[in-house]
Design a protein around this ligand. Structure first.
Ligand SMILES: NC(=O)c1ccc[n+]([C@@H]2O[C@H](COP(=O)([O-])OP(=O)(O)OC[C@H]3O[C@@H](n4cnc5c(N)ncnc54)[C@H](OP(=O)(O)O)[C@@H]3O)[C@@H](O)[C@H]2O)c1
Length: 178
């Protein structure tokens, strides 16, 4: 654990940051890619935006309207409201008609297996998982990965934490404290 990293920040990065790093490396994200990240203001999505930008990609983040400023704040080049009609066309226009090079369809083209309508399974070895977690913690320690904590809820208010998530109010991670 890097010196000076707050415990709750480390907790978010340790899991969601490692997941984001593992996903992008499994997809073989390249600096020339234009990547579409959905739920870009969420716990994982916000870290995906930051990792993808750090890797040099052009990032389009999709989220609900109220969260678009947060998405650009995480570093996305463009933020689109995926509750609006025609948002897919907006993405196409932003990519000069080409579409994103890295989206859920492109994943299959890069040799990953889709399971279910929008699902994907990535199996990592323990060593890869440990490396992803260490890299994520180190990036947070250097200030390159900045997880946003939407709120901290004592365990006996877990229902309130769930409501934040279910009602789509959260930006970043919701943390339960003991
Ligand atoms: N397989 C794994 O290892 C693994 C690990 C962690 C997470 N995940 C998955 O990754 C996804 C993101 O996880 P997360 O922790 O980043 O979640 P999160 O912080 O709760 O973010 C989810 C986002 O989904 C969007 N959303 C769209 N429709 C929604 C609805 N009906 N109810 C609630 N939210 C809705 C919300 O943003 P808008 O309001 O902007 O739409 C929200 O920010 C989830 O599907 C989770 O299950 C998988």
């Amino acid at each position: 654990m890097p010196d000076g990293l707050a415990l709750d920040t480390a907790l978010v990065v340790f899991q969601a940051g490692a997941l984001a790093r593992g996903l992008l490396s499994a997809m073989r994200l390249d600096a020339g890619d234009t990547v579409l990240i959905t739920a870009a203001a969420g716990r994982v999505g916000s870290l995906l935006v930051q990792w993808a930008k750090a890797a040099g990609a052009t990032v389009i983040g999709a989220a609900s309207r109220a969260k678009l400023d947060a998405v650009t704040g995480f570093g996305a080049d463009h933020a689109v409201d995926y509750d609006a009609a025609g948002w897919a066309e907006e993405v196409r226009e932003l990519t000069f008609g080409r579409g994103a090079t890295l989206d859920i369809q492109a994943i299959a083209r890069r040799g990953l297996t889709l399971c279910g309508p929008l699902g994907m399974v990535i199996r990592k070895s323990d060593a890869e998982q440990q490396d992803d977690a260490e890299q994520a913690l180190a990036a947070a320690g250097r200030g390159e990965l900045r997880p946003r904590i939407h709120g901290r809820f004592p365990l006996d208010q877990a229902a309130g934490a769930h409501r934040e998530l279910e009602e789509r109010r959260s930006v970043g991670a919701v943390v339960l404290t003991i």
